[in-house]
Design a protein around this ligand. Sequence first.
Ligand code: ATP
Ligand code: MG
Length: 686
Amino acid sequence: PARGTTPPFADLNDRQREAVEHGLATGGAGPLLVIAGAGSGKTKTLASRVARLVQAGADPNRILLLTFSRRAAGEMAQRVGRVLHRVLGQATTQAPPTFPWAGTFHGVGARLLRDYADRIGLAPNFTILDRADAEDLMGMQRQALGLADKVERFPLKGSCLAIYSRVVNSQQRLDQVLQQSYPWCFGALLELKQLFKAYAEAKHQQHVLDYDDLLLFWSHMAADAAIAADLGQRFDHVLVDEYQDTNKLQAAILRALKPTGRNLTVVGDDAQAIYSFRAAEVRNILDFPAQFDPPARIVTLEQNYRSTQPILAVSNAVIALAKDRHAKDLWSDKASSERPRLVALKDEAAQANWVADDVLRKREEGIKLTRQAVLFRTASHSAPLELELTRRNIPFKKFGGLKFLESTHVKDVLSVLRWAQNPRGRLAGFRVSQLLPGFGPASARRLLDAIEAQPDPLAALKAFKAPPAAAGEWSTLCALLMDLAANSEWPSDLERVVEWYQPHLERLHDDAPVRLADLDQICRIAQGYGNRERFLTELTLDPPNASSDESGVPSLDDDYLILSTIHSAKGQEWQSVHVLNVVDGCIPSDMSTGTSEQIEEERRLLYVAMTRAKQHLALLTPQRYYIRQQHRTGDAHVYATPSRFIPGRVARMFEQVVPAMAASHGLPASTEPQIDVGAKVRGMWD
Ligand code: ATP
Ligand code: MG
């Protein structure tokens, strides 16, 4: 391979190249931190560094590349492939390398745990609980222990799991977590301890792991000297994108992998930390350099290559008001006479209408739909827009909303596979057995207890006497499970399960054809995975989104508008970006105005949203929005004021758009919001 910096790296600026070349000349690299603002090329630099390492002889099989989603990992690997192709030139006939260890912390953790399971006391056939299953298992323990009756205001199963998860991820004690984040639960300290112990035992008993266990057991492995040495040698280079959103446990894992920081590179932006609600720790990135001796090299980048000057100026103005930040001066040389727009609308229907019009107008101007995105704080905020897009036949794909895998029929099918892989898993077993007519919950418990009591779970399955009404169906299911357990063949395993499931589906659901189409799609997705285990693991950890037939207009069109929560839009960019509901109560969310840290996180969230835009940016401020399914109060329309993150001084940097308010609905235009009887009025008076 060529030596030195060949033209493909000439598209980097000097600072970026410095990060790419770090340590290469001396044959070994100390720890490296790239900390820089949005759109400054951190991810590009990281991908180029990987390419450069491979060019210099590193083995792609021994590079650990950690990103925030599986999709981001895939994109990064492709990007590296393209750079390498250019670097190595057309002369080489080699296929671009693949990076088997590019993925998320959780995905990589699951694979490593599988390899080392027996050495750390885990069953190698463990299955992974998704969030809903984990909540259910927590709920079962909660009920079994009768804790809710003992303690007044004992947290619900979802909150119990959230507390548990925070304890694990923040590496703090339960009492500390309660004091800081759940003070109203402090009275339940002892009962929660008891509950969490029972929950952990149940998981162990059933050979199941929850998401947090993937990190927790990985860190346990790393703490075992022999395994740590093994793991450390397994990866020559470790590189991490979006480091600002890692938690304490993830930092500990990295430290164990690369204790001296040698060949460890992390990149991130503290101004884009948006996962502290999941115990991410922005201190990780700020404290990174000093944890090594000698400390990490720090590279900062200041030129933003993504956005036009006016977009960058408003984004900078929003984040400049943040407290505690690593100050950065981001600049852009992309001049534009178009200012970002701040659009005042009557309500969410008008907002949907305006966005749909604007999206079509942009498409006319030549910006494909896939290069346009609509972002929102909470998945439900896009509902009126989804209706409008459907009505107008504008195809779209939604990211970060209801997950495909959460639908009952998909869960049913996956549960059969999970149960075959791990017969001790009670949640899967319960779910599957309940599909059989005549097989009640009491029989299921009898069955699951029998399996638990036997050293050979399959023998217990086989020996089980089902209730007479279910006997025929039971023996068919039993034969299928035995077969799946004995000879797994992928993806035909899944096809067999779907075939078995079809009559049940038709009996249980009126819309069976639609659901069958989903299952067909899952079968197609399955072909992309080498084996059952890999499929189940990766699907559970990072589910693909619903197909267009679930959340959009069914269409063969490959051009579709992107709808995404801001959290899922991290790291990406589009020509044109609309941000919905930039009003108090939505951004910042009413759920997150308890502490000043929470409000600061909401501010960063808006900053992340705005900095996704390359050419066009519009923030929408409906004067009224709808709250869905609030506890106690019921659904309600709420009057709103523009987000507190856009004070007058910042608002004046935008082009103010006030469309003739109700014109499109044939009503007289009016800027006076009309008040519905019973509507909650708030905010508009101050
Ligand atoms: P974020 O903080 O949002 O993750 P980032 O810092 O990772 O952003 P990238 O996504 O890597 O930024 O880059 C943003 C855009 O700028 C991309 O389109 C990228 O191709 C482009 N870019 C980065 N560096 C350069 C450069 N030196 N010359 C030209 N374009 C660049
Ligand atoms: Mg990035």
